[in-house]
Design a protein around this ligand. Structure first.
Ligand code: DQA
Length: 150
């Protein structure tokens, strides 16, 4: 099973960026946590981080042809603005789970709107880095069920 983990703008600055909200662990720590978990679960995991909306759209489109079974995405600020990322996820039809490190519902009003939620099978928020592992777990079960019913 191949899972692609996409992180949007400013998540490369984890650890340095608003540690009171996002914690003091870095983006590299996040990737290691996920890699170790996926190794145990026998999942192939790939990472992509970009600060550019169009590059994220391009990477989602590539996933259509590279064997990706599931996508975990934290679109960061693009969550609240990007119809382009929503449309790309709709176009590729790959099962997707949305993750937010913080609880976006408990913050500013504008963070309550998520375009990606319209296509995501599930949204996990406010669980810190652990949220990515919960998303992978959910996708693993969802994709195995899909494959078993084929
Ligand atoms: C975030 C929440 C977004 O509102 C914010 O713009 C981010 C990170 C989160 O992981 O909690 O950059 O997606």
């Amino acid at each position: 099973m191949d899972i692609l983990v996409i992180n949007g703008p400013n998540l490369n600055l984890l650890g340095a960026r608003e540690p009171d909200i996002y914690g003091s662990d870095t983006y590299e720590d996040l990737c290691k946590l996920i890699t170790d978990y996926c190794e145990k679960e026998k999942i192939n995991v790939y990472f992509y981080q970009s600060n550019h909306e169009g590059s994220i759209v391009d990477r989602i489109q590539e996933a259509m042809n590279d064997g990706t079974d599931g996508i975990v995405i934290n679109p960061a600020a693009y969550t609240h603005t990007s119809v382009a990322i929503l449309d790309a996820l709709k176009a590729v039809k790959i099962p997707t789970v949305e993750v937010h490190i913080s609880d976006v519902d408990e913050r500013e009003e504008f963070r309550k709107l998520s375009y990606v939620s319209l296509v995501a099978l599930k949204t996990i928020k406010g669980k810190g880095f652990e949220g990515y592992l919960l998303a992978i777990d959910f996708l693993k079960n969802f994709i195995s069920d899909l494959k078993n019913n084929d």
